[in-house]
Design a protein around this ligand. Structure first.
Ligand code: AMP
Ligand code: GLY
Length: 424
């Protein structure tokens, strides 16, 4: 088979690495890819939003399967364009990717189908939002831009003043562009966060092993929100009882709700959960693998990913036994100092060869480029260093040891990825 992967981050590198292990696969392309993905796939200089060019490329190269890694093309309808051209593609159509593309939609869906989530109201009008905040709100309160905002469109406001400022930022100043045309105002929840990713074929859902992300830039969950600074898998807080509750009350009901709405979902559903005192509740849905959740979940997956993706497309996921290794993995993101605000790039990266042939150690490239035959830094999040271990503690020790194998100017990382496991 020839496989095309759409995207350019650490998540897509992890997907490409996994696809490369399938005995069915003879050639992998990645559009646009990055410096590291180029080691397992041929990178093609087509942007993830250039749907017609992507489809034309897939036809020309007779691609047998396209896997879409990123949210923007999914929400924009890349799957519909590929299907119209008769191409096989893994991911939700536009009418289903709205599960991630519109928070107002996903909140209304959860309410209609009694899926546990935080109480909320949607607003199209800033005056109405402010009136609501003045009359009804309890603080802290959460403001969310409806649309995609690189994971940054969520504001937690401690006072009425902060919340009024937040409404202005999202709805009037349009800090997140048209994503802020509609605003969700949501109850603030407390508890542990867990990410549960799943494969879905329209009817059947099979969940993967759990993970936890660390979204803030600095140690102790301080600093600004980022795309994710590190992950561990599994989450020791995600117990068998919690899993049973979620399978019954959240996972299958979400798939059934989408089907009932005429929005059959095929692809990945990522459930962002908060384990509250009153039970697990949905924080958000994503319509794709998490980044950097993929970098800890995929290395632990035993199945041939190509087979699982094909089963989702064909509606035969019920015949797949999804299996994960009985171990743990930790991913520490090596970033450019100054991320997520401003940072320099273009620095040569030393030590990547230390990972070659080391079982259970991986370096997934996020923001790298190939310049004059050398891998250089080319983004805020540069690399994801993943290591496995028999236990979470061992995996963490291994991952932090491996972060020392890599050097580049400006290297920045959190030192407390997976610290929470000490409390488990
Ligand atoms: P989201 O993009 O919706 O996952 O939100 C980003 C982050 O904001 C989440 O990972 C949580 O840490 C936080 N967050 C979102 N919604 C809430 C909420 N209702 N209560 C508390 N924290 C939240
Ligand atoms: N790591 C969170 C996300 O991919 O949205």
């Amino acid at each position: 088979m020839k496989v095309l992967i759409i995207g350019s981050g650490g998540r897509e590198h992890a997907i490409a690495w996994k696809v490369a292990q399938s005995p069915k696969v003879e050639k992998i392309y990645c559009a646009p890819g990055n410096g590291g993905i180029g080691q397992v796939a041929e990178c093609v200089p087509i942007g993830a939003m250039e749907f017609d060019k992507l489809a034309a490329f897939a036809k020309e190269k007779e691609i047998d399967l396209t896997i879409v890694g990123m949210d923007d093309p999914l929400v924009g309808g890349v799957v519909d364009v590929f299907e119209k051209e008769g191409l096989r593609v893994f991911g939700p159509r536009k009418n289903a990717a709205i599960l991630e593309g519109s928070k107002a939609f996903s909140k209304d869906l959860m309410k209609k189908y009694h899926i546990p989530t935080a109480a909320y109201e949607n607003f199209d009008n800033p005056e109405a939002a402010i009136a609501y905040l003045k009359e009804k709100a309890e603080f802290p309160i959460v403001l969310k831009a409806d649309g995609l905002a690189l994971g940054k469109g969520v504001l937690i406001c401690n006072t009425l003043e902060e919340a009024e400022e937040g409404v202005k930022t999202i709805m009037l100043d349009k800090k997140f562009g048209s994503a802020g045309n509609t605003l969700v105002i949501e109850e603030f929840m407390t508890g542990r966060e867990v990410s549960v990713l799943s494969f879905v074929d329209g009817k059947t859902i099979k969940t993967m092993t759990s993970a936890q992300d660390h979204k803030r830039a600095k140690d102790g969950d301080q600093g600004l929100n980022t795309g994710g600074m590190g992950t561990f898998s599994p989450s020791p807080f995600y117990t068998k009882e919690i899993d049973e509750f979620c399978q019954k009350n959240i996972y299958q009901p979400t798939v059934d709700a989408m089907a009932a709405e005429g929005r059959e979902f095929k692809g990945i559903i990522f459930f962002g959960l908060m384990l509250t005192e009153k039970g697990p509740k949905v924080l958000e849905y994503n319509a794709r693998f998490g980044d950097p959740e993929a970098q800890v979940v995929i290395p632990r997956m035993k199945n041939d990913m190509v087979e699982v993706c094909e089963a989702c497309i064909d509606g035969t996921l019920d015949q797949i036994d999804l299996e994960f290794e009985d171990n743990a993995a930790v991913c520490v993101v090596l970033a450019s100092d100054g991320y997520p605000v401003s940072y320099e790039k273009g620095f040569p990266i030393e030590g990547l060869e230390n990972f070659e042939g080391k079982e259970g150690y991986y370096v997934f490239h996020a923001g790298t480029a190939l310049k004059d035959g050398k891998i250089v830094t080319n983004g805020g999040r540069v690399l994801g260093v993943t290591a496995k271990g028999a236990t979470l503690k061992e995996a963490r020790k291994n991952a932090y040891a491996a972060t020392e194998w890599i050097q580049f100017e400006n290297k920045y990382m959190r030192h407390d990825i997976g610290k929470a496991i000490d409390e488990a």
